[in-house]
Design a protein around this ligand. Structure first.
Ligand SMILES: Cc1cc2nc3c(=O)[nH]c(=O)nc-3n(C[C@H](O)[C@H](O)[C@H](O)COP(=O)(O)OP(=O)(O)OC[C@H]3O[C@@H](n4cnc5c(N)ncnc54)[C@H](O)[C@@H]3O)c2cc1C
Ligand SMILES: NC(=O)c1ccc[n+]([C@@H]2O[C@H](COP(=O)([O-])OP(=O)(O)OC[C@H]3O[C@@H](n4cnc5c(N)ncnc54)[C@H](O)[C@@H]3O)[C@@H](O)[C@H]2O)c1
Ligand code: SF4
Ligand code: FES
Length: 812
């Protein structure tokens, strides 16, 4: 007998509601038929990260939490662009503005908040927006292309993050704030003043104690008029003056509503079978506006719906971290010194550090940190757990180092934390999930934990706790990855890449300055690696630094042991013609090339060439560079495949030529070699290549991480695909994922060995992830030009190859 499932309807496809559903699916996967209505056109995305999207730190694709495939695979019916407009609590059904009706046994309202829009005259003009969703983000990005001046009303978290994003987009930005200091809901005056100074340094202008009166302009906004009679020009006005819970729908069902939808400790409204969760819900008089408490609510609701035991939701202490690059601000609990409390302060004007701890009855109840927020997550944990701080107040004020966390005291505290305690509030990642990623998932760095669990992927405030857990569970393995990339820095590859991204550092010099390099000029290890990471992260803006490259890459030729060079023209797939061979032979004769040799990758190598002959030879060859010297795609070796071989099942030559044309000039962490074989006899030795393609009946096997060098390594099978297009798609995704995640100079064989092929399969399994990676590699490839074409055509560059004239002087 089949038991019919109950019908669960969720209204609001946002962070809180979908998180509750995710929990429920884990607890009782078979219990409900689930239907979700979302007013927005997108699948569930990370609203928090909109600030990062605006500031250029993430793409729209990267902020999707659950893609459409997730809904499909969990049998969830999703109605996007459908706003539910009424609830019939008697017949238990909801109806959307598009006329979709859905019956329910249980109903969750997770309608979030609406941004509060100041009811100013002119507020309906074009160019007046809020900052709440993807659409707002897109409007800001679009506006910045044609307009110059933005005004943000509201100097709170949202206003400042919007202002930072607009600066990044190249707009002039003024922040209008009603109080005499910004972020008064999170900071005291001292920290706020330091923050303002820092943001002014980044180009933000502040108009404090300003009451907005009217928005000026005809159809489109022109300016903002204040109550004191002054005005500010504006092409765009972003209102960020707070939010109000979205209770409109609840009201249609006669559900009890105060500021938000009133719920008890089990997220139940006053109407049976109707629950509310997230920003729209009001629990014990509080409607929260941060995700961490909303995720806690979601966990309780999921247990309730699954019939699992739960003590209910008891309210949350909150903490916030401003997500503005180059500024570290943290605030938690009661920072404004309530009666009966005492405060400890530390201020270092030179390094721009401010700390304040608020203590009551020997427990920490609030904290404000500016300039150095590394202790934020630990302090917050102490506040939440009401730990006694008696006798160690000053120690806390002066800083809990990451090492102290992992030493017995800190380690014990992390050890003592409950498994389900949330470590990363932004992404709702528990201690247990991180422990599992380390212990079972084999993660050995914060970067890997981030990829695996999303912990530390948003505001970054939890990073010290994640590091502490890494040291607790991975022990020595974690210590090794914490080592710096060279003697110039204690930072690991992942940390450097994350900081370059977060702080938008754009040159080798800037990275060294900002990240506190111990040797001003760096060394031969860090300079080329930074050059690579910057080029990989900012393919469209970064100008490759020639001086950070090794000799071979500077001269675009392999230097030989006698000081001569080699010339290797590109011969796609190893396929040439009599005419091409004739031309190469004539040039070899003309320039008296002492040796012509076939390389291991089926190319022709003209060896023993004088440096000064290089430009002329390349000019006469008029062929693309074979890049036989660089950290790039070297060759795609092919067998004859089905074109001539009787065993061949596919066109190995065509596939190889296509791959070589697709990826030539690729800038990679280390050299990359490919091969294509036309059948499993594998004559092109594809299973010892970085990416090997082996034809089978009706498709292609894709192999990765092979090496035929000093340490021979056979490839791991990545997947089997049917078409040539799929081969290119997977190759693109795989190579870009390697580019983005491997350390500079790390061959794919070492990288695959280190991270495990399973983690790569997981990262590439979703088609949209692959397409996003493919798009990024295409952006990079589209910027790559042939080095020899450039040298041949630019007299300045040709000069580098002239024989060095030795200046002589005579004394008479
Ligand atoms: C730019 C920005 C940055 C932020 N940064 C942080 C941060 O760093 N840290 C932090 O903790 N919080 C941050 N927040 C706040 C955080 O994003 C919210 O607290 C969280 O998204 C609220 O989740 P929710 O599910 O309650 O609401 P939402 O995520 O808003 O989801 C509600 C969804 O319901 C839909 N909806 C509403 N009514 C209906 C209806 N009748 N029918 C169908 N669909 C409906 C809405 O369109 C919306 O998609 C930020 C918010 C913004 C805008
Ligand atoms: N990093 C983060 O944690 C983060 C980032 C963005 C948004 N959020 C959340 O999103 C929500 C919205 O953020 P928010 O900053 O809009 O809300 P908020 O209520 O925290 O701050 C609004 C700010 O606007 C100011 N203000 C009010 N009326 C004004 C007026 N007429 N003129 C000028 N200033 C005025 C207030 O003094 C206040 O500082 C909040 O829940 C916030 O916590 C959090
Ligand atoms: S791999 Fe197969 S198709 Fe290619 S040459 Fe060898 S036997 Fe022929
Ligand atoms: S707490 Fe914000 S990223 Fe983890």
């Amino acid at each position: 007998m089949t038991v019919s499932r109950k019908k669960l309807v969720l209204v609001g496809n946002g962070m809180a509601g979908v998180r509750a559903v995710e929990h429920l699916l884990k607890l009782a996967p078979e219990a409900y038929d689930i239907t979700i209505f979302g007013a927005e056109p997108h699948p569930n995305y990370n609203r928090i990260m909109l600030s990062s999207v605006l500031a250029g730190g993430a793409s729209m694709e990267e902020i999707i939490i659950n893609d459409l495939e997730w809904y499909r695979s969990n049998n969830i019916t999703l109605h996007t662009r459908q706003t539910v407009t009424s609830i019939d609590t008697v017949n238990r059904k909801v109806v959307s503005d598009g006329g979709i009706s859905a019956p329910y046994d249980e109903l969750i309202l997770a309608t979030g908040s609406d941004p509060f829009m100041l009811p100013l005259p002119g507020a309906d003009k074009e160019g007046v927006i809020a900052f709440r969703d993807i659409k707002d983000c897109e409007i800001m990005q679009e506006t910045s292309k044609s307009y110059k001046k933005a005004v943000v009303i509201g100097g709170g978290l949202l206003g400042l993050e919007a202002a930072r994003g607009l600066l990044h987009l190249g707009m002039e930005v003024s922040v209008v704030h009603i109080h005499h200091y910004i972020m008064e809901r999170q900071l005291d005056e001292a920290a706020s003043a330091m923050l303002r100074k820092e943001l002014e340094g980044q180009g933000m202008k502040f108009l404090l104690r300003k009451q907005s009166e009217a928005i000026l302009g005809k159809k489109r906004v022109k300016g903002l008029l204040f109550a004191d009679g002054s005005m500010e020009d504006a092409d765009l006005i972003v209102m960020a003056v707070g939010i109000k819970p979205n209770v409109a729908l609840a009201k249609t069902g006669g559900i009890e509503v105060n500021r938000g939808i009133v719920v008890n400790d089990y997220m139940e409204t006053n109407i049976p079978h109707i629950f509310a969760v997230g920003e729209c819900a009001e629990h014990r008089g509080i409607a929260y506006g941060l995700v961490a408490p909303l995720y806690e609510q979601g966990a309780v609701l999921a247990k309730r719906l699954a019939g699992a035991a739960t003590e209910g939701y008891a309210g949350s202490v909150t903490s916030t971290k401003l997500k503005v690059s180059g500024v570290d601000v943290f605030s938690a609990g009661q920072f404004s010194e309530p009666e009966g409390s005492r405060a400890l302060r530390f201020q270092d004007e030179i390094d721009g550090i401010y700390k304040k701890l608020v203590i009551q009855d020997d427990t920490l109840i609030g904290a404000v940190l500016f300039g150095d927020t590394s202790d934020g997550a630990q302090l917050f944990s102490m506040i939440k757990n009401k730990e006694t701080v008696k006798g160690k107040e000053k120690e806390l004020l002066l800083g809990i180092s990451a090492d102290a966390l992992s030493s017995s005291g800190g380690g014990n505290r992390l050890e003592a934390m409950a498994e389900d305690e949330i470590i990363c509030g932004c992404n709702g990642v528990s201690k247990g999930a991180i422990a599992e990623a380390i212990q079972s998932g084999g993660c050995t760095s914060v970067g890997e934990i981030r990829s695996c669990t999303k912990a530390s992927a948003s505001c970054g405030g939890c990073k010290p706790l994640v590091e502490g857990l890494l040291q607790l569970y991975a022990g020595d393995a974690a210590v090794t990855v914490k080592e710096g990339i060279c003697g110039c820095t204690p930072m690991s590859r992942d940390e450097i890449v994350a900081e370059i991204k977060r702080m938008e550092l754009k040159s080798v010099k800037e990275v060294m300055n900002v990240l506190g390099w111990m040797q001003e000029e760096g060394c031969s290890k860090c300079r080329p690696s930074l050059n690579y990471y910057l080029g990989m992260l900012w393919p469209e803006e970064y100008m490759d630094e020639k001086e950070s490259r090794f000799t071979n890459e500077r001269y675009h030729a392999n230097i030989q042991k006698d000081g001569t060079f080699s010339v290797v023209p590109r011969i796609y797939g190893g396929i040439t013609s009599p005419a091409e061979l004739k031309k190469i032979a004539e040039i070899a004769e003309k320039f008296e090339v002492p040796m012509v040799k076939f390389t291991g990758g089926q190319r022709l190598d003209l060896l023993g060439v004088k440096k000064e002959d290089l430009p002329k030879m390349w000019e006469e060859l008029d062929m693309p560079s074979g890049h036989a010297y660089g950290k790039t795609l070297r060759t795609v070796k092919t067998c004859v495949g089905s074109t001539f071989c009787r065993f061949g099942t596919q066109d190995a030559i065509g596939m190889g030529v296509r791959l070589e044309k697709e990826f030539e000039r690729l800038n990679a962490p280390a050299k990359v070699k490919l091969a294509v074989s036309g059948c499993p006899r594998n004559c092109s030795e594809a299973t010892i290549k970085d990416f090997g393609v082996v034809a089978i009946d009706g498709g292609w096997e894709l192999h990765v991480g092979g090496n035929g060098g000093v340490h021979v390594r056979a490839t791991d099978l990545l997947c089997v695909v049917k078409t040539e297009d799929e081969v290119v798609e997977w190759a693109s995704a795989y190579l870009q994922y390697y580019r983005e995640n491997a350390a500079w100079n790390e061959r794919t064989s070492n990288w695959v060995e280190r991270v495990g092929v399973e983690s790569i399969k997981k990262a590439l399994e979703k088609p949209e992830e692959r397409l996003a990676l493919q798009k990024r590699i295409q952006t990079t490839l589209s910027r790559m030009t042939d080095p020899w074409k450039q040298i041949v055509n630019e007299p300045e560059l040709r000069k580098n190859f002239e024989p060095i004239a030795i200046a002589q002087s005579e004394t008479v």
